[in-house]
Ligand binder design. Structure first.
Ligand code: THU
Length: 129
């Protein structure tokens, strides 16, 4: 987790958040032990904004990752930020039960799992049955 946190903190400088000024960076660990980074990328057409977590996952899958074992979310704030609902669903797609850790600039943190964050989810089991 330490390396994931370091990588997310390093990436925060690359956020593109001129509209909300709310910067988010994510670092994920894949099944092969590789780390992938994402930052939030906003757009003047606000609805086109892409969250840090989903950008990290898309980057990972683009590079050949098959599943996710951990997600770290860093915000340069006093309180940690849990993933939004859309990101929870996308994490679910690639994680049987990933650890999700939100960290910030204080000692506050939220450590959870995707199963706890998205109980009773719509997932491949329903879709394929
Ligand atoms: N944001 C994320 O990157 N991840 C989340 O899980 C929650 C929200 C971003 C989107 C937008 O750029 C900014 O935070 C404010 O909503």
């Amino acid at each position: 987790m330490k390396v994931l946190i370091e990588q997310a903190k390093k990436a925060i400088q690359n956020c593109y958040a001129p509209y909300s000024q709310f910067r988010v960076a994510a670092a994920i660990l894949d099944d092969a032990g590789k780390i992938h980074i994402g930052v939030n990328v906003e757009n003047v057409s606000y609805g086109m904004t892409q969250c840090a977590e989903r950008n990290a996952i898309c980057s990972a899958i683009s590079k050949g990752a098959k599943s996710i074992t951990a997600v770290v979310i860093y915000t340069p704030t006093e309180t940690p930020t849990p993933p939004c609902g859309a990101c929870r669903q996308v994490i679910r797609e690639f994680a049987s039960n990933a650890t999700v850790l939100s960290v910030c600039d204080s000692e506050n943190r939220i450590e959870s799992t995707i199963n706890d964050l998205l109980p009773l989810s719509f997932n491949q089991k329903q879709h394929l049955s």
